[in-house]
Write a protein that binds this ligand. Sequence first.
Ligand code: BEZ
Ligand code: FE
Length: 613
Amino acid sequence: MTSFTYSAGPARVVFGSGTISALPDEVARLDASRVLLIGTHRAEPARTALGSLAVARFDKPTMHTPVEVTEDALAVLREHDVDCLVAVGGGSAIGLAKALALRTDLPQIAVPTTYAGSEATPVLGQTADGKKTTIRTPAVQPETIVYDVDLTVDLPANLSVTSGINAMAHAVEALYSPDANPVIDQLALYAIRRLARSLPKVVADPKDRAAREDLLQAAWLAGTCLGTVSMGLHHKLAHMLGGTFGLPHSETHTVLLPHVMAYVAPASMDRIADALGVGDAPTGVYDLVADLGGPTSLKELGMTENDLNTVDEHRPLLEEAWAGDRPHQTGLPDVSKLTQQVVDSMHGDSSRTRALLQDLVRTLHSYVVRNDLTESEWMQAISFLTRTGQITTETRQEFILLSDTLGISSVVDVLTNSRTPDTTPSAVLGPFYTEGPPEREHGYDIADGLPGMPVWADVQVIDTHDKPVADAIVDVWQSNEDGFYDVQLPDLDGPVLRARFRTDADGRVRYWSIVPVSYPIPDDGPVGEMLRAVGRHPYRAPHMHFMIAKPGFHTLITQLFVKGGDYLDSDAVFGVKDGLIVDFPEQHGPAPDGRDVPRWSRVDFVFRISEGQ
Ligand code: BEZ
Ligand code: FE
């Protein structure tokens, strides 16, 4: 028999887009006319909406609501004979309004711009002499909440993540609270589901209004959970760490949540996993945070090992959270000692080699555990890698193909080559480059009479000061009309559709080729097997390859993609970048070098390369 007591918070909620303009009406509804507006620059739209109703302003709300700051705001409030509080912002602004309401009994309107949920709770945390205390009283609960999605679209992705996971923590804890009840259970699960689906969308596009709306509603529901039932270990630890070590609020919640979930392992965990759409709730939250680029360790929030050593309670949990280890998956054997043993066994002269291998071991062990891998699945993986090696020859590099199709080559490429934003984006090398291609004069036709639509390429190489780079080596290569590179066609006589040019005094190179077409990467080996197993096609979007080198400059390896070509959105090796998609307009009439062709295309492009080694 379940028994519970349920009392709902009395707040009025106005939700939508542009709702900030409802502020004057909402102030009037509270029989008020003299507003103290609390908030930083984020409160500007509210100031405009309130007009002359805003008789005073306090723009220095502070994290953890220090009582000295409350005293300062109290003085402002008294000086202007205020009869209503309007707080715009996150936990600091709303916390300050609550602290003032506690002392004056004035009505409050909260306008949240983050997802922390404080607006929906009768809870106030304040700090005095560095100590944080929390009180729970209906006197601090805002009378009205105005949610305006427009005020949240500028919240940066990283803050949206930590604030959203903070909201998730409210919902998760509500599910194992001693005073959980059916209404709050449903709200909590619904909030978790909506947070999990909207956060990735907001990170992908912070201006996605539909996702922002989803997230803000979820935050309200999660805040309502927090406001209705009492909180447990997670909130206790988060407050302790925030108060004692000054760790940032929502980031600390974000790091702690999966570890506390794994530790508490409540009976509701399956329902949480279900709402998250994962098999295991704690690791699901950890992976979600990691995927969203959020913080996963207390260490990265500035907590030192010495700090950790001063805490007695919940040591194993906090050690895990400090190091940022993935929490141990509920119901599976704990292999952490074995993993540590392997990691500790690694010595060696190069600390980089050691670090890379140690992390590889951790990642692989974790992968095996996370997926509860069977022996036969592992043997299948080993057989796959064995065949990948066996099919590899001088002209067929299946491992590169594997790396390319898993997107790893593109990730390495981004890390290595995308640190100079004002240069041409790079793209993967691919397996068909050959060292020392034949040197050709400008105007040469690298297609050597092969069929295809002729294209006149006129490219220029400049440096980051827009000066032409003369005497740079430009290697070009591409496939034929059927999608094959010369190295794939043993019967072909000599290198074709590949050449080496040198830029002239203007940094330019001009040559004839054929317009590239889409083609499948070799898919008759293990990589093709993998693509078919996951329903992927093997096609590359049509492209030409370039490698541009000159002593004193970073070598640029890149590709140009044909605008409007097939597979630009689903390139098999994830090589397409917006800045590399170019027009190949069809031309009629005489060609630039006087060549007599009735129909031809041209491609013009300026490559910008940067100085350095
Ligand atoms: C290529 O464009 O040549 C290529 C790149 C990666 C894998 C296969 C082919
Ligand atoms: Fe290619």
